[in-house]
Design a protein around this ligand. Structure first.
Ligand code: MN
Length: 130
């Protein structure tokens, strides 16, 4: 059996420690990663590297993750890429707010390894063609 090429995850995160944790975790589970700490660059980077999924911090420096996901979802070419929100301060109603804002899924920090991997894999699963 030929192994499928490993999936590419774009990590958008402005905290160095969190970035390193996400990157090391994903790479140790066989994913490839691209990284940026700058929300403004996400659209260009996504067009360039064509990630299979985007993991996005909400609290970024110059822009909110909620704005960035809108740019992605308003782009006919990019809107099918799953985008998973990561929020630092989980509050009641956050999940609804993130989903209404265009995110495909939602995780709150501190992110449990098991739920991170399960969430990512769920969105990467593609039905086998008969
Ligand atoms: Mn942040």
């Amino acid at each position: 059996m030929t192994p499928a090429p490993s999936k590419l995850i774009l990590i958008v995160e402005d905290n160095d420690l969190h970035m390193k944790l996400f990157r090391d975790l994903l790479e140790s589970h066989g994913f490839r990663t691209e990284q940026t700490d700058d929300g403004i660059k996400v659209l260009d980077l996504t067009r360039q590297c064509r990630p299979d999924l985007i993991l996005m911090d909400i609290q970024l420096r110059d822009v909110s993750g909620l704005d960035v996901v809108q740019w992605l979802k308003n782009d006919a070419d990019l809107k099918s890429i799953p985008v998973v929100a990561v929020t630092a301060f989980a509050m009641k109603g956050d999940e609804e707010k993130m989903r209404a804002g265009g995110f495909d899924d939602y995780l709150s920090k501190p992110v449990a390894v098991g739920s991170l991997l399960a969430t990512i894999r769920r969105h990467l699963e593609q039905p086998l063609t008969a």
